[in-house]
Design a protein around this ligand. Structure first.
Ligand code: MRU
Length: 355
């Protein structure tokens, strides 16, 4: 299918000869729009770990393309050696970040293709890996559009929406998840007022969400994370829309650190909270939020990273979890490409996969 211009993913693509994967360096935004061209396992691992490519669905798409371009370098190897190298490298890439389930989901999907075709010549296996990687991205484009449409059905003209972190096109393929309804609504002539939490410590909200919404001409106001309560109390927020990195079987979900606090505040002010994500983010093998592995990151992200001078005493211990888990009891609904899931989540999530 030839995608319309506005639905072509700009954040991740292959080079014309399909031998390298090209990404927008999200770590350089919004000050510099830079592209990185990658084809080595270590640089792909580093791109995920340092958030040059980030956002749960985008990590999965990137990993799939990365494995494809890496695998092409082993085309001349005997089959057994190729299969062994492929398995080891995809396991390595899978350890780059632990929380977003989309990474292991995409890697497992490719591994299945490799296993099912392990009798074929290496060249053919590589070709099939490439086709599956294309499919993963293509499916994400379609899923994001569906998520945006379902999410838009929850909004009305003039709504105030608060979002945390970045769940826009950069973090997916196009439209995004949590930002999708606003982007789609804007295309249809609707107006919203969006509040973007800055999202300490890595400022995905300040750097990326405001960048994407401003570019789309959407009314966006940046606030510090500790200002969410005030804008809610002022009556400026009608809905909270956030993304997700993993949704457990009971509806608990991991998202960027600070999301659970936002959800608790919103519940206090009777503002509905929705998480929006593709069904690949739902992990029925993870029973509850307590079973989701939470990534701990470098303390210097808190102590020094964004400052001209360090803002904390050298070596002060820091606790820097990258995600937190929002209890399902705080959630009004889960917006997926298959529709909106309402409580009771445990039963209804299971049912979603039976559709
Ligand atoms: O550490 P990040 O920036 O990768 O965290 C991203 C988030 O928490 C997003 O909200 C989530 O991945 C959904 S992206 C559509």
């Amino acid at each position: 299918m030839q995608l319309p211009e506005q639905m072509r993913p700009e954040n991740i693509c292959l080079s014309d000869d399909r031998k390298k994967v090209i990404i927008i360096d999200q770590a350089s935004l919004p000050n510099r729009v830079e592209y990185l061209t990658l084809d080595q396992p270590e640089e792909c691992y580093r791109a995920i770990q340092t958030l040059q490519v980030r956002g749960a669905p985008a990590i999965g798409i990137f990993a799939a393309f990365a494995m494809f371009v890496i695998a092409q370098q082993w085309e001349e190897l005997p089959l057994e050696e190729f299969l062994e190298k492929y398995r080891k490298t995809s396991e390595y890439l899978n350890t780059a970040r632990p929380t977003a389930v989309n990474l292991s989901w995409a890697i497992r999907r490719l591994q299945r293709i490799v296993d099912e075709n392990a009798e074929k010549p290496v060249k053919d296996v590589i070709h099939l890996i490439g086709k599956e990687a294309d499919r993963i991205q293509q499916e994400d484009v379609e899923m994001c559009f569906q998520i945006a449409s379902h999410g838009l059905s929850l909004l009305k003209e003039g709504d105030g929406i608060l979002t945390h972190c970045n769940a826009g096109p950069l973090a997916t393929s196009c439209y995004g998840t949590a930002l999708g309804p606003m982007l789609l609504g804007k295309e249809q002539g609707m107006q919203f007022k969006v509040f973007a939490d800055e999202t300490r410590p890595l400022l995905q909200g300040a750097r990326l969400t405001t960048y994407e919404l401003q570019k789309a001409g959407i009314d966006v106001t940046l606030i510090c994370d500790n200002m969410a309560s005030v804008v809610m109390k002022n009556g400026w927020v009608d809905k909270v829309f956030v993304g997700c990195d993993r949704i457990a079987a009971n509806g608990d979900f991991a998202n960027k650190i600070g999301t659970s606090g936002v959800a608790i505040l919103a519940n206090y002010y009777h503002i509905p909270v929705y998480t929006l994500g593709p069904s690949s983010t739902i992990d029925l093998n993870t029973p509850t939020g307590a079973d989701i592995p939470i990534e701990l990151r470098d303390p210097d992200e808190i102590r020094t990273m964004w400052y001209q001078k360090p803002m904390a005493p050298k070596g002060v211990p820091c606790y820097n979890p990258s995600f937190d888990v929002t209890d399902h009891s705080l959630l009004a609904g889960i917006v997926t490409e298959k529709g909106i899931v309402y409580p009771p989540f445990e039963e209804n999530l299971k049912r979603l996969f039976q559709k």
